[in-house]
Design a protein around this ligand. Structure first.
Ligand code: ADP
Ligand code: MG
Length: 402
């Protein structure tokens, strides 16, 4: 796999580079247009800067392709990249214009006008239905138009490499292709997690849905020394132990799988011992802490309790490799943030490699005021890192390697 630094060494001055980046940031409003919207977490924009700046410094004409949210395959002002362009321009200290389309007349005109070292942001690639189409020919037609905008392709959108999308996969087949610095860094870290990790190796999983993460649990269980389970997904495991979980999140159809996992590897799975419960899903709800095996029927569990934070911290203290994905509770609401904060602190204190994966987990680290530098790596791609750890082939990486 060739890297953007190989491209720069070849000489990229005056050449048009199509740079796929991950600028899919959370905004504070979405209707009826996002103009003037505030970016609540610009981590992904900042993570895109090293590759972008290196290409500018080398005199490339940089055409950035990115997606934002999930528009329905047609232009929609609620999902315009305009607020992202403004923030990107601030961080780069230059004006970043946005094309009025993805790969149409306006994009072509604006690319033609680009000078060396200048940056253009194409409009949200998901404004084209073909971007995410299952049909190869449909994606191919968009990929042809994207490829015509540039001389070479650089993929730095780690958060999208698990998608077989036109701007990630098909366009890479049509141009000389290189991995950006972020993709290279993410891969290096994931390789360390999968190839002979230093032990003890502890994985912490939380977040909302077990079904999303069962595949990664199955893949990781044979490799880890301990798996700590919190967040909304712990209740399906507690139910698999025949405990009542009140009105907590529960995926009834996954209980049998969780029961089997507990039978096979129960000695390595660590579940919460206490739960922060509430009478409703609200910041001003009545809050109480109950033992994990005695959640009252009329309450819902919204965070792991203080004894569990102590237990998980103790399980992490001697770890030499840690992967953490998924908040331990509804950290967005203050009464349910302590579990995530406690675990985030324990993970940051680990001597060795500590990796945080997942959009919400990374946002939690920043929102809770923790020091990002205390972690070995904060991944920009939750889904992509989980699929990599499951051992699946990621289309965006496979095409770069080919
Ligand atoms: P990531 O983006 O880091 O992979 P997920 O998207 O899987 O994480 O999950 C994040 C969401 O899980 C957060 O919005 C959080 O509020 C929610 N969550 C965590 N614990 C619970 C819980 N006990 N009940 C309901 N939602 C929860
Ligand atoms: Mg998420």
């Amino acid at each position: 796999m060739r890297s953007v630094d190989d491209l720069i060494a070849e000489g990229v001055s005056g050449r048009r580079v199509l740079l796929r980046t991950d600028l899919n940031v959370p905004l504070d409003k979405d209707a009826p247009s996002n103009s003037g919207a505030v970016i609540t977490d610009d981590g992904r924009i900042r993570a895109s800067l090293p590759t972008l700046q290196a290409l500018r410094d080398a005199g490339a004409r940089v055409v950035v392709a990115a997606h934002l949210g999930r528009p329905k395959g047609e232009p929609d002002p609620r999902f315009s990249l305009a607020p992202v362009a403004a923030r990107l321009g601030e961080l780069l200290g230059t004006r970043v214009p946005v094309a009025g389309d993805v790969a149409g007349d306006d994009a072509r005109a604006k690319v033609a006008a680009l000078g060396d070292g200048e940056v253009l942001l194409l409009e949200n690639v998901r404004f084209e239905a073909a971007e995410t189409a299952k049909d190869d020919a449909a994606r191919g037609e968009l990929a042809d138009r994207l490829a015509a905008l540039a001389d070479v392709y650089v993929d730095d959108a780690f958060g999208a490499v698990h998608r077989k999308h036109a701007s990630v996969f098909d366009v890479a087949e049509r141009l000389p292709r290189y991995a950006g610095r972020l993709v290279a860094r993410e891969l290096e870290v994931l390789t360390r997690l999968t190839t002979d990790p230093e032990r003890p190796y502890v994985v912490v999983l939380g977040g909302s849905k077990v079904s999303d993460k069962l595949a990664v649990i199955e893949a990781l269980l044979p490799k880890v020394d301990r798996l700590l389970v919190g967040g909304g997904m712990c209740f399906t495991f507690l139910a698999a132990q025949d405990h009542g979980v009140g009105s907590s999140l529960l995926e009834a159809d996954q209980i049998d799988t969780c029961r089997r996992l507990l039978e096979e590897a129960g000695d390595r799975i660590v579940l919460p011992v206490d739960i922060v419960c509430a009478d409703r899903f609200a910041a001003d709800a009545d809050v109480s802490v109950t033992p994990a095996d005695a959640i009252p029927d009329d309450l819902m569990g919204l965070d792991i309790g203080p004894l569990t934070v102590d237990l998980f911290t103790a399980e992490l203290v001697d770890a030499r490799t840690v992967f953490w994905n998924g908040p331990m509770g509804v950290f967005e609401l203050a009464p349910f943030a302590a579990g995530t904060k406690g675990v985030a602190e324990a993970v940051s204190a680990v001597e060795g490699l500590s990796v945080v994966g997942g959009g919400d987990s990374a946002a939690a680290v920043r929102q809770l005021g923790l020091d990002e530098a205390a972690y070995g790596h904060i991944s920009t791609g939750g889904g992509a890192s989980l699929e990599y750890l499951e051992g699946r082939e990621l289309p965006g990486l496979a095409v770069l390697a080919g």
